[in-house]
Design a protein around this ligand. Structure first.
Ligand code: GDP
Length: 361
């Protein structure tokens, strides 16, 4: 039998979902902006796709940004999907079946500031959810005497610094490595890490100059490929599963859900179960919406209607009766499954979220 005969269940590798978290002002938003900006300037339109609540960066674009660091032939995962809403409060409530919605996380730490209260909180949540993560030691360009090398890999930029600047940065980096160790994580500069399951890799970056961003993307891609490939294998055409990022009023559509889908496909007309404040909501998808490409943003309509969306992706769902839906709640397509079983599934997941929220409060 040929390969294609054995793959009749539309198996595919989905994009890993990446969350960015860390203390306020340490640069989460700037880092996401930089990644988006670098991807756009990589050239061709379509280098990145803006989703609802997320940004998809395809492998080709990552390899364009990372240059010699990434050979696209070494990878078969399609790229990375960054959740746009940074911050660990959203992260902690964003769950998928039994775990965090994000497959991997970037913990942003200001190299000058080191660990701060929200860094500690983020670490606790990463521990509790068992989410693999790397540390972006951000703002390296603020090191006194720094000679910035825009968009370059960290080795290139290191080689361009004075001994003094380099050792100033190293001191700060080792401080962070020590703080990670105090929190129970063995850590090192990423190029010294052999086993990323046993050690946390620290990537020096600047969200302003883009230095180290090639390395950050390379490490995320490498970790996903190496340790998460099995998890990424999904039945793309199976009934979709996702998590609500936000519940929003939208002119012409009423209450809508911004959702990140992590499994299967959702189609217009699908019957879905959504976690609600009082009980699961059973409703039917009236429209699936995606943002219009940037170029067309000035037109009247902000969204394009699509027939279906496959994981991993962000999408806006318009449907009746969504008023009681909650951020963090599960969304499940019923399709050919038993409706009561899907409802029970959503109920048990909601119970888990509520336990978690109480622990945090
Ligand atoms: P967030 O609260 O973690 O999302 O942090 P922001 O991205 O809003 O950044 C907070 C401030 O730090 C802003 O004024 C940014 O311009 C600045 N900032 C972020 N990253 C860098 C960096 O790498 N270098 C420098 N010099 N400033 C940065």
């Amino acid at each position: 039998m040929s390969d294609s005969d054995t793959r009749d269940r539309s198996e595919a590798l989905r994009t890993p979902i990446v969350a960015v978290l860390g203390h306020v002002d340490h640069g989460k938003t700037s880092l996401l902006d930089k990644i988006r900006g670098s991807a756009v300037s990589e050239g061709e339109a379509g280098a990145i796709t803006q989703h609802i609540g997320a940004t998809a960066v395809p492998l080709d674009t990552i390899s364009g940004i990372a240059g010699s660091l990434v050979d696209p032939d070494d990878f078969d995962l399609p790229g990375l999907l960054f959740i746009d809403t940074p911050g660990h409060h959203s992260f902690s409530t964003l769950r998928s079946r039994g775990g965090a919605l994000a497959d991997i996380a970037v913990l942003v730490v200001d190299v000058n500031d080191g660990f701060q209260p929200q860094t500690e909180e983020a670490i606790d949540i990463l521990k509790r959810t068992g989410t693999p993560f790397i540390v972006a030691a951000n703002k390296i360009d603020t090191t006194p005497g720094w000679n910035p090398q825009d968009g370059e890999p960290i080795q290139v930029t290191y080689d361009s610094q004075s001994d003094r600047a380099r050792s100033r940065l190293d001191e700060n980096l080792y401080e962070i490595i020590g703080q990670l160790s105090d929190s129970g994580f063995s850590a090192d500069l990423y190029w010294r890490v052999q086993d990323f399951q046993a050690n946390v890799g620290v990537v020096p970056v600047s969200a302003v100059t883009g230095e180290g961003v090639p390395d950050l993307l390379t490490v995320l891609m490498g970790l996903s490929q190496r340790y998460m490939k099995d998890q990424m294998a999904i039945d793309v055409e199976g009934p979709g599963a996702g998590t609500v990022l936000e519940v929003k009023e939208e002119k012409g559509f009423g209450t809508t859900l911004d959702v990140v889908m992590y499994d299967g496909t959702i189609r217009e007309g699908d019957e879905i179960v959504v976690g609600g404040m009082h009980e699961p909501i059973v409703t039917e998808v009236r429209a699936l919406l995606q943002p219009k490409p940037l170029a067309e943003i000035r037109t009247e309509k902000r969204f394009d209607r699509v027939d279906s969306v496959a994981a991993a992706a962000g999408v806006k769902i318009a449907a009746p009766d969504l008023e009681d839906a909650m951020a963090g709640a599960p969304v499940r397509v019923i399709r050919d499954r038993d409706r009561e079983a899907v409802i029970a599934d959503v109920e048990s997941e909601l119970a888990e979220i509520q336990v978690d929220t109480e622990e945090e409060g």
